[in-house]
Design a protein around this ligand. Sequence first.
Ligand SMILES: Nc1ncnc2c1ncn2[C@@H]1O[C@H](COP(=O)(O)OP(=O)(O)O)[C@@H](O)[C@H]1O
Ligand SMILES: CC(C)(COP(=O)(O)O)[C@@H](O)C(=O)NCCC(=O)O
Ligand SMILES: [K+]
Length: 244
Amino acid sequence: MTLFIDAGNTRIKWRLKPEGRPALEGVGVLTDPQLFQAFDAQSVNRIAISTVISEDARKKLHQQLYRALGVEPVFHWTQSSQCGVTCAYDRPETMGADRWHALIGAWKQAKRALLVVDAGSALTVDILDGQGMHRGGYILPGHRLMRESLESNTARVRFGKALSQDPSPGKSTDACVRNGLSWLLQALSMQLDALRRALGIDVDAVFLTGGDAPGLMQLGLEGCLRPQLVLEGLEAVDAEVTGV
Ligand SMILES: Nc1ncnc2c1ncn2[C@@H]1O[C@H](COP(=O)(O)OP(=O)(O)O)[C@@H](O)[C@H]1O
Ligand SMILES: CC(C)(COP(=O)(O)O)[C@@H](O)C(=O)NCCC(=O)O
Ligand SMILES: [K+]
């Protein structure tokens, strides 16, 4: 069976699909030596990967998988056109494979104009029209990166980790930062809603994925939560390539 892997900047998401049995899924970090023990060495005969990690980290992942499972992994990258979706970039190979595979996962299901919001380490938004043409997107720092950049570039801005649901003006450093992020993310939700309406996209065609997606939904972002959207697209791409 095939092992599908989405290796992001923070976490690795994986899915195994045994024939006739429910899929096995998991989330981990690349530095965890236990990670690869979760995969059954006997039965994995193909490994398909979507990744945006550095070239060094990618080579290490390749080695670790080969050692653990004896299978050479196949890496899938952004193409100019694949599975009915056409990339807007002049240089498709420079667009993150996770964004591309998430778009394909969403297109496979919706087959109409849609938005993908991936709230991972970075937060990305991508637009597809009703013909599967990518109309471009946005890349923003994610919630954790915004907090970390404040913390590491200021001396006196110190605050707690918990996500605030309160967008009102703060009256302490902690509240100013935490409520400020909540205010900003609420504004993002409003922008996305305006974009969706302007493009005539209904809520069912807004696909939300990434570790911070549930938090964004609590702040008012509307859409369908699909935690494994990148893996769904990766599976479609791999099936097209192998002809299965
Ligand atoms: N248990 C968790 N471990 C790590 N990050 C988490 C966790 N729960 C939520 N997050 C949030 O999810 C983000 C990572 O989301 P993920 O989709 O896995 O990112 P990536 O694809 O970049 O690896 C983190 O930056 C953090 O804000
Ligand atoms: C924008 C991203 C960092 C998002 O990945 P993530 O943070 O979710 O792991 C990734 O898609 C990436 O490295 N993209 C390359 C640049 C681009 O897409 O144009
Ligand atoms: K991602």
